[in-house]
Design a protein. Structure first.
Ligand code: NAD
Length: 356
């Protein structure tokens, strides 16, 4: 049996993937890279990887014997490391989002075209157990045609923005909340089988943290309202600093029914028009597939990473387009970039370019 040789760059989030890759019978992790030598030693020792397979310099890591590079570094590194990996003949699985600018997104698309290697964005929320169940419901036609959807990803990550005692900022401080839009838009657009063509955004600014007004990561919130190619509408809400619990919430309105997961506590629901009066039936909001093997839970977000990796490897095995290929990845990245630009311009509607 051929084993795929995997190299992982970025060993914080990358460690969750390392857990799942290491348990995969068709995968051998053959190289690790992190600029933090201590982290490299810690993870390399934990996974018993020999010294020559450990790299602090990305360009050296590219010379290692790998078929696949998993890019799990901060987002500002994604485009350059993805392009260099593709050009070194590797298939790329890259954390989300693709990049912070439309120009860089275009450069990644061109590199995939030029090198004919596979690229998939590791948007794992699409692989939550309940989203996979919803996909079956939507594809069965039970809720009809989806005409409106909402997604909220609210996550207080203040300690990842700034070290309060020292005042040292971390990489996420410069990321406006809505740039991180793939966890909301990804599952919604996948279920709607649609693409965003126009959008606008708003924010109230820095009311919660006026002292950090030069750091977009501290914006109170950003809302994006989008129109799709099929004429449907999508609203997303992002915040990284709220005084509220962490949750991700989705709601999809179809002509025949409605789906939503639990917001903070309780069950999710499916409502069907032909129930009279419509009473929501409890529907799972679980991120874990109870039928998946135990190693499937090792990625950190339910069983999502396990199924994501399975789909990516299948696309390599059968030479098919990965489910979240480079074009789809940009379609789940660029709307957030445009919505933030709109918010800076007072909320005016802007075109969202579709890359080819
Ligand atoms: N999908 C998810 O659920 C999820 C969850 C967390 C993070 N992420 C994504 O994972 C990525 C990494 O996030 P994180 O939380 O691990 O960040 P982090 O800051 O905790 O860790 C980043 C790691 O990358 C290393 N690094 C930084 N620059 C590097 C470079 N140029 N070359 C090699 N190594 C470098 C750092 O030393 C660090 O170990 C981001 O894209 C983030 O959006 C996704």
């Amino acid at each position: 049996m051929k084993k795929w040789k995997v190299g992982i760059v970025g060993l914080s989030r990358g460690r969750g993937f390392l857990n799942v890759f290491s348990a995969h019978p068709e995968v051998e992790v053959t190289a690790l890279c992190d600029i933090d030598a201590n982290k490299l030693t810690e993870v390399g020792d934990a996974f018993q990887l020999a010294d020559p397979a450990r790299f602090t310099r990305f360009d050296d890591f590219l010379n290692a014997d790998t078929d696949i590079v998993l890019v799990a570094t901060p987002i500002p590194c994604h485009a350059e490391q993805s392009i260099k990996s593709l050009e070194a003949g590797k298939h790329v699985l890259c954390e989300q989002t693709v990049a912070y600018t439309i120009e860089e997104c275009q450069q990644v698309v061109e590199a995939v075209r030029r090198t004919r290697k596979k690229y998939m964005m590791a948007e794992n929320y699409c692989y939550f157990h309940y989203i996979r169940q919803w996909k079956k419901v939507v594809e069965s036609g039970k809720i009809g045609q989806i005409y409106y959807a909402e997604g909220e990803y609210i996550h207080n990550i203040l300690p990842l923005l700034v070290e309060e005692k020292t005042g040292q900022f971390y990489w996420r401080h410069e990321r406006p909340p809505i740039w991180y839009c793939a966890h909301t838009l990804g599952p919604l657009l996948m279920l709607m089988n649609d693409r965003i063509v126009r959008g606008c955004g708003v924010t109230s600014g820095f009311k919660s943290f006026p002292q950090y007004k030069d750091h977009p990561g501290f914006l109170d919130f950003e809302l994006g309202l989008f129109q799709t190619e099929k004429g449907s509408f999508v609203r997303i809400h992002r915040s990284q600093v709220p005084a509220s619990p962490h949750f991700v919430w989705y709601s999809l309105y179809g002509t025949m029914g409605h789906l939503e997961n639990r917001r903070v506590r309780g069950e999710g629901f499916i409502y069907l028009r032909d129930q009279s009066p419509p009473e929501g039936e409890p529907f799972t909001s679980d991120t874990v597939d109870p039928n998946a093997p135990p190693e499937a839970r090792k990625g950190g977000h339910g069983t999502s990473e396990y199924y994501l990796i399975r789909d990516f490897l299948n696309s390599l095995e059968h030479d098919t387009t990965p489910p979240i290929d480079v074009i789809r990845a940009t379609e789940w990245t660029i709307p957030g970039i445009v919505a933030h630009q709109s918010a800076l311009e007072g909320g005016r509607w802007l075109e969202v370019p579709l890359l080819e």
